[in-house]
Design a protein around this ligand. Structure first.
Ligand SMILES: [Zn+2]
Length: 193
């Protein structure tokens, strides 16, 4: 097989040189309307080929490798006074595997507990390529899994943030149940795309 980014022969799916280059990218933070901070690790265009591997069995492996250098490291340095739930945006796999479930799993630590399937979208609307206005008029309508109510604090996880509308809606859904979202963690920020 070949490196997903440079196409040189490689058995891991991503070569050390490309991985190193990717990991040198500067982290970003975006503050959404309403105050939610969204931390991202990569530029959208750098990570795009990896996100597109969703339906290939080895895409899972590459994403796990990347999560171990980003989300996992983040969790190892994160301390909080009580247990925090790691909640993914709709981690139901469509086809291959769930990006967000892999990222959420990588956050497991002394302070962070992954809660899978905690937020389910009632409305299966696809936001890709849609305007902010469309998103606003067609909210996902999140339903919370009861066990997430055992937590007072949460971290939201998604693979990509675009308008930030979904994250904002998820934060509000948690808020209604008395759960405070500390921040959101995503692989990439696609704001300028
Ligand atoms: Zn490469």
């Amino acid at each position: 097989m070949r490196c997903i980014l440079c196409e040189k022969l490689n058995f891991k799916g991503i070569c050390d040189k490309c991985l190193k280059k990717l990991l040198q990218e500067e982290r970003h933070v975006r503050i959404l309307e309403g105050g939610l901070k969204v931390y991202s690790f990569f530029n959208y265009n750098s990570i795009l080929p990896i996100l597109f591997t969703k339906h290939h069995f080895w895409g899972h492996r590459i994403l796990k490798e990347i999560a171990s250098h980003t989300f996992k490291k983040f969790a190892q340095n994160f301390e909080f006074s009580e247990k925090v739930a790691a909640v993914a945006i709709d981690d139901k796999p469509s086809g291959g595997y769930s990006h967000t479930a892999i990222l959420t799993h990588a956050l497991r630590s002394a302070s962070i507990v992954p809660v899978y399937g905690a937020l389910r979208a009632k409305n299966p609307v696809k936001y890709s390529g849609q305007t902010y206005e469309f998103r606003r008029k067609n909210p996902r309508g999140f339903v919370l899994l009861p066990k997430v109510r055992n937590f007072k604090y949460a971290i939201l996880i998604d693979d990509v943030v675009t308008s930030g509308f979904t994250l904002k809606e998820a934060k509000e859904s948690l808020e209604k149940e008395g759960i405070d979202t500390l921040f959101a963690l995503v692989l990439a920020d696609a704001k300028d795309n």
